[in-house]
Design a protein around this ligand. Structure first.
Ligand code: FPP
Length: 235
C-alpha cells in the first residue's frame, strides 16, 4: 500500500472485458465470466490482506438483463455458486453486502444474500459490496422515492433533504465514498456505476481484460492513485 494519507478507503471496480477475453480464445462468453469470478475472488483476497476497508464490484447492471438468456443464466449460476460457498472454509473474514435491486433476482439468491449479510455482519477488516442488478440512477431514484414517501407521511421536512440524507439512503449508506473507480478492459465510461458516491473518485482506466487482472494490476492502480493530486474542488 502507499504511504498513509494516500491509502484508499474505498475502491470501486467495474469487472469489464469478460466477453472479449472469451472471444479471443474462441470460447463462449460464459467462460469469460467464470474466469472473471475467479479474478474477483483473488482481488478480494489481496485487498483483504492489504487491509482495504471497502470494495464495491460491479457484477450485474440493470441493463445487463438484455443479454442472451444463456449468458444471464451463467452469471446467475456463478453468483449462486459463490453464495453457496462454505464460509467456514474461507480464510478471509470479509463482510459481504449486496447493493442494487435484489427484488428481481431469483428467490434462492435473494435468500442467500440476506443470510450471508447476516453471517458476515460482524467482520470489520474489509467490506465487499457486490453490485447486482445495480444502476446508479435507479439507486438515486429509489432514495428520492423513499424520502418523498417520508415527507408525505409527515416524518420528514423537505427542507431537511441534503446530500448527507441522500448518502444515508443509498446502498452504500454509512460507508466512505470511493476514492478510486477502476475500470479494466480499455473502456472509458462510468456505465451507471456509483454515480452519486463517485463524485470525487479518481477514475483509473487500465487496458487489461478483467479475467487477466491480477494483484500486480491493483498495485499499479494504487501507485497511480498515489501520484494523483486530489483537490476536491479546492486549489
Ligand atoms: C462485464 O464484461 C461483465 C459482466 C456484465 C458480468 C460480470 C460478472 C462476473 C465477473 C461474475 C459474477 C460473479 C461473482 C461471484 C462476482 P462484459 O461481458 O461486458 O465483457 P465485454 O465488454 O468484453 O463483452
Amino acid at each position: 500500500m502507499q504511504e498513509s494519507g494516500k491509502n484508499p478507503q474505498h475502491i470501486g471496480i467495474i469487472m469489464d472485458g469478460n466477453g472479449r477475453w472469451a472471444k479471443q480464445r474462441g470460447l463462449a462468453r460464459k467462460f469469460g465470466h467464470r474466469e472473471g469470478a475467479k479474478a474477483f475472488q483473488k482481488i478480494v483476497e489481496y485487498c483483504y490482506d492489504l487491509g482495504v476497508p471497502y470494495l464495491t464490484f460491479y457484477a450485474w447492471s440493470t441493463e445487463n438483463w438484455a443479454r442472451p438468456k444463456d449468458e444471464v443464466d451463467a452469471v446467475m449460476n456463478l453468483l449462486r455458486d459463490y453464495l453457496n460457498r462454505d464460509l467456514s472454509k474461507i480464510r478471509q473474514q470479509v463482510r459481504m453486502r449486496f447493493i442494487g435491486d435484489r427484488g428481481a433476482l431469483p428467490q434462492d439468491i435473494q435468500q442467500k444474500m440476506a443470510e450471508i449479510e447476516e453471517k458476515t455482519a460482524s467482520f470489520t477488516r474489509t467490506t465487499v459490496n457486490l453490485a447486482v442488478n445495480y444502476g446508479g440512477r435507479a439507486e438515486i431514484a429509489a432514495a428520492a422515492r423513499r424520502l418523498a414517501q417520508q415527507a408525505r407521511d409527515g416524518a420528514l421536512d423537505p427542507a431537511d433533504i441534503d446530500e448527507a440524507l441522500i448518502s444515508a439512503n443509498i446502498g452504500t449508506a454509512g460507508q466512505p465514498d470511493p476514492d478510486i473507480i477502476l475500470r479494466p478492459s480499455g473502456e472509458k465510461r462510468s456505465s451507471n456505476f456509483l454515480l452519486w458516491q463517485g463524485a470525487y473518485a479518481e477514475m483509473i482506466y487500465m487496458d487489461v481484460l478483467w479475467p487477466d487482472f491480477t494483484p500486480r494490476h491493483l498495485d499499479e492502480a494504487l501507485a497511480e492513485f498515489s501520484r494523483r493530486n486530489r483537490r476536491f474542488g479546492g486549489i
